[in-house]
Design a protein around this ligand. Structure first.
Ligand code: G
Ligand code: G
Ligand code: G
Ligand code: MN
Ligand code: NA
Length: 253
């Protein structure tokens, strides 16, 4: 059985779940949100990595319904956490460009949020920058989402297809520094310089900048010195199942 055909079967037998990783403001350590990360666990207990199955789901178009499930599941969790008193918590959800290309994306997103009583301002859509973002149709969809109040984050910035000209055209509110540049930020001056440049460019364009993959206090200190706004990584918490995230939040918020 091919991976593609196993994706639909995995959905119907509840093999997909979401893990949540906290995002913190660096100036005071306040929890600003969580990122929902899709996980696939097979009946034999083994995990299929997202880097393996998401590109396949994108190519086959499965990401359209799978992404809708992710948004619904994440909104359901967020509504519950708001009701539990974690006010102001935001939910970041990864969205593939393939989903934005789907004619039904805007009405789908509106309906899913309404169903769960979640406001667009509580949701951040993380989009990995790619060539497809040159596309005028994609740009107009992103503009509409911004007008509706969604926050837009550019994921994995600094790798792949990133370009400064494209960044200027994108109505994004958050820039996420790829963890490749955060990794050796306390020991490699080149990485520190690249991170410093990304923070500067982000702020010049009116964006908030978030560092991915913060693993130790030394990296956190460098990022704070560079005026990076927020961070996410194993230093604070790894991606957690919902129950474990609730326990973590109770100790923090
Ligand atoms: O958490 P992890 O490093 O395993 O995630 C690997 C990649 O999978 C990340 O870069 C992330 O952008 C992507 N990813 C995780 N969850 C989702 C999702 O729900 N939708 C999409 N499109 N990508 C996701
Ligand atoms: O107005 P807009 O939704 O684009 O702003 C998105 C976020 O980016 C807001 O939370 C805002 O506070 C933040 N932001 C905008 N400009 C700057 C800046 O120059 N520095 C910092 N640290 N944050 C900024
Ligand atoms: O969507 P994005 O590409 O940002 O996905 C983040 C990925 O990075 C997830 O797969 C998550 O498991 C992983 N991750 C999160 N925090 C850390 C960290 O501190 N170190 C490392 N090595 N990976 C991390
Ligand atoms: Mn992401
Ligand atoms: Na990503």
């Amino acid at each position: 059985l091919s991976l593609v055909s196993r994706i639909a079967e995995a959905q119907s037998t509840n093999q997909f779940s979401l893990m949540y990783q906290p995002q913190l403001r660096l100036s005071d350590g306040a929890v600003i949100g969580v990122e929902a990360l899709l996980r696939w666990r097979r009946p034999d207990g083994s995990w299929v990595r997202p880097d393996t199955f998401i590109p396949v789901a994108e190519d086959a178009g499965h990401i359209v319904w799978l992404g809708e499930w992710v948004l619904r599941e994440a909104c359901r969790a967020l509504a519950r956490w708001h009701a539990q008193g974690f006010k102001g918590l935001r939910m970041a959800v990864n969205v593939s460009v393939r989903q934005l290309r789907d004619d039904n994306f805007l009405p789908m997103a509106e309906r899913v949020l309404q169903d769960h009583g979640v406001a667009p301002t509580d949701v951040e859509l993380e989009i990995t920058e790619s060539n497809a973002m040159e596309d005028d149709h994609i740009l107009s969809v992103v503009q509409i989402l911004r007008k509706q109040g969604f926050s837009i984050a550019i994921d994995d910035f600094g790798t792949g297809y990133s370009s400064l000209s494209r960044l200027q055209r994108l109505p994004a509110s958050v820039l996420k520094i790829d963890r490749a540049f955060v990794m050796d930020i306390d020991s490699r001056p080149e990485n520190r310089s690249i991170a410093a440049m990304i923070v500067k460019v982000g702020h010049e364009l009116g964006m908030s900048v978030l560092a991915e993959g913060v693993e130790n206090p030394q990296q956190e200190k460098v990022l704070r010195d560079l005026s990076c706004d927020s961070g996410q990584g194993y230093l604070y918490a790894k991606p957690l199942p919902p129950e474990a995230l609730e326990v973590w939040l109770r100790g923090r918020m």
